[in-house]
Design a protein. Structure first.
Length: 596
């Protein structure tokens, strides 16, 4: 099967994905001994030689601080930095270069606007409109601004397909509306929002509009003037550029009215202890030494994308999405989440039969060299609206191929079939969900004489196993032998926060013991069940004082868990450990707790 997607309206060879893939060195590497299939472009895109080489050239032969140096090297660095601003302005059709503010990314850009707009314009009784599709970075900054000003957040609802209900949005608008902040494309569902209409309706009531373009700019042409918004922001690393660089575009007349976001060098005109005056745009919002290399690398990424051409690039990605949608919709037991009529190259799904945690699906795909994203994607309100806790997400870029989608689909079919066979084999065992009542609960017996002794046994076993793949399988095996947590205990009160999977944990003082702690827990994810088994082996039935004194962080390092678990998994593990320690402290009592 050819890896070139050639639309019917194009001539053969217009878009050759082989040639494009050759520009990205990481695409020719392996993961777990398998060819890397990278489908997590919504989180970050890979970098072409053009960007990598430009960054190297800057650091090798052009590194200097900018704007104030009188020597040649500084002047050249300044010219390259400001040229990056110019190219960025042209890329999104800004009216002038000074409207481009370099930030650390989309998140900082939104925070900049929320903080400064809030100080300048928000007051008690005002309203900010967000959408049900927003990333947390376009929710939390506005919540902070609203709380400081006494303003109110209102939300555009969405339907079951993941589309915003713009008729309801129109009803939310009023003279109290001061800001409407929405994304151009949903990172969780791929929905493309009608931002032109959203901006037009907002302006009819005198409101300003911010668009989060993080998931848009690498995939289709951007024209901020045609959109009609007031602020637009995006991140370089989702545009084949470096991490740590982003862009805020704003209309000059608005940016001039906003107060500075941060104080420091380069954003001032003059400073005395009596008074400070601020530099004009764009310097007013770029305090301190900026990410010079990042801006230069971003310009290189923009040049690269424009050399490909958005018409062919978009057509190719649309073909990938259509193919992936068709293939995944035919996988038994899998359900696509987010079926909007207008979508970008993002496809989220859940495995419902047999029910599998997205975390398990993602980790099993990883073992086959396939990189996808799992979790709530920093969009918990979307998950709540759809009645799920998480999804598995594949997101596409111009260098992805039809074959890669087929590889992922075949892997998913095998993963689902293997899981179904495993559950059929173990039907009725302790790994099956329990419906027993609270009276039938059974807690694990102590695994050793102390937490330290139990930990040393585990470390010895894992050292013998060696490779992480073998350790991973051992953790999964341990999780298969967990004692069941009765459904009666799976309540909101027992749920451990911070986990991207669903985790419930209960503790008690061990009957007949002065201060021993019993622990019982469960999760919908196999890897987390395995981690629960590890914690139970170390802590369950042990003295509360010993639990509190145990160096759990050192233990996790020696086990290799800190290195091989994602940040989300480590956060979940930390949440379980904190719950256990809190229970131990309560059982020990203040007079028995070890000295800090």
């Amino acid at each position: 099967m050819s890896t070139v997607f050639v639309p019917s309206s194009a001539s053969p060879g217009v878009f050759d994905v082989h040639e494009i893939r050759a520009d990205f060195p990481i695409l020719h590497t392996t993961a777990h001994g398998k060819p890397l299939v990278y489908l997590d472009n919504g989180a970050t895109t890979q970098k072409p030689h053009a960007v990598i080489d430009r960054l190297s050239r800057y650091y090798e032969a052009g590194n200097a601080n900018i704007h104030r140096g009188v020597y040649e090297l500084s002047q050249k660095a300044t010219a390259a930095y400001e040229e990056a601003r110019h190219r960025t302005a042209r890329f999104i059709n800004a009216a002038e270069d000074a409207e481009i503010i370099f930030t650390r990314g989309t998140t900082e850009a939104i925070n900049l606007v929320a903080a400064t707009f809030g100080r300048a314009f928000l007051k008690a009784g005002d309203e900010i409109i967000l959408s049900a599709l927003e990333h947390h970075s376009n929710i939390v900054p506005w919540q902070i601004a609203a709380e400081l000003a006494g303003a109110t957040i209102r939300v555009i609802p969405m339907n079951d397909r993941g589309e915003l209900l713009l008729e309801e949005y129109a009803k939310l608008l009023s003279g109290r509306t001061k800001m409407v902040a929405v994304n151009h494309v949903s990172n969780a569902l791929g929905t493309i929002n009608d931002v032109e209409r959203i901006a037009r309706l907002a302006h009819e009531v005198g409101a300003q509009v911010l668009i989060d373009g993080a998931q848009w700019v690498a995939h289709q042409r951007t024209d901020v003037q045609a959109i009609g918004c007031d602020f637009y922001c995006f991140s370089g690393h989702k545009l084949y550029g470096p991490t740590g660089i982003g862009v805020l575009w704003g209309r000059r007349e608005l940016l001039d009215k906003l107060p500075p976001y941060q104080g420091g060098g380069d954003m001032i005109e003059s400073v005395t202890f009596a008074k400070t005056t601020y530099a004009p745009l764009p310097n007013k919002f770029e305090a301190g030494t900026p990410d010079i290399a990042g801006a230069i690398g971003l310009a290189a990424a923009i040049d690269y994308v424009q050399s490909i051409g958005f018409e062919d690039l978009t057509r190719h990605e649309d073909g990938l999405l259509a193919h992936a949608t068709k293939k995944l919709a035919a996988v038994p037991g899998l359900r696509i989440v987010g079926t909007a009529a207008h979508k970008a190259g993002v496809i989220s799904f859940v495995v419902e039969s047999p029910a599998m945690s997205p975390l398990d699906v993602g980790m099993r795909l990883d073992r086959l060299g396939i990189a996808v994203r799992t979790g709530h994607h920093c969009c918990q309100p979307i998950m709540d609206r759809l009645g799920i806790s998480a999804t598995t997400r594949a997101s596409f870029a111009m260098y992805n191929t039809i074959e890669e989608i087929d590889v992922m689909t075949a892997a998913l079919q095998q993963i689902i079939a293997d899981e179904a066979a495993k559950r059929a084999k173990t039907n009725g065992s302790a790994t099956a969900p329990s419906s027993s009542g609270a009276a039938e609960v059974e807690f694990p017996e102590p695994a050793a004489s102390s937490p330290q002794a139990a930990a040393e046994e585990l470390i010895e076993t894992f050292d013998f196993l060696g490779e992480w793949s073998e350790r991973y399988q051992e953790i999964i095996s341990m999780g298969e032998h967990l004692l069941p947590l009765p459904i009666a205990f799976k309540t909101e009160a027992t749920r451990v926060k911070g986990c991207q999977s669903t985790v419930h944990l209960i503790t008690r003082q061990r009957p007949g013991s002065a201060d021993a702690v019993d622990i019982l827990a469960d999760s919908d994810a196999d890897i987390v069940r395995g981690l629960i088994a590890v914690l139970q082996k170390v802590f369950s039935g042990q003295s509360a004082r010993q639990i509190m004194a145990f160096d759990v962080e050192g233990f996790l390092r020696r086990m290799g868990l800190d290195e091989h678990l994602s940040m989300g998994r480590r956060n979940g593990l930390a949440g379980m450990i904190q719950r256990i320690r809190t229970s131990a402290a309560a059982i020990a009592g203040p007079e028995n707790r070890p000295a800090p």
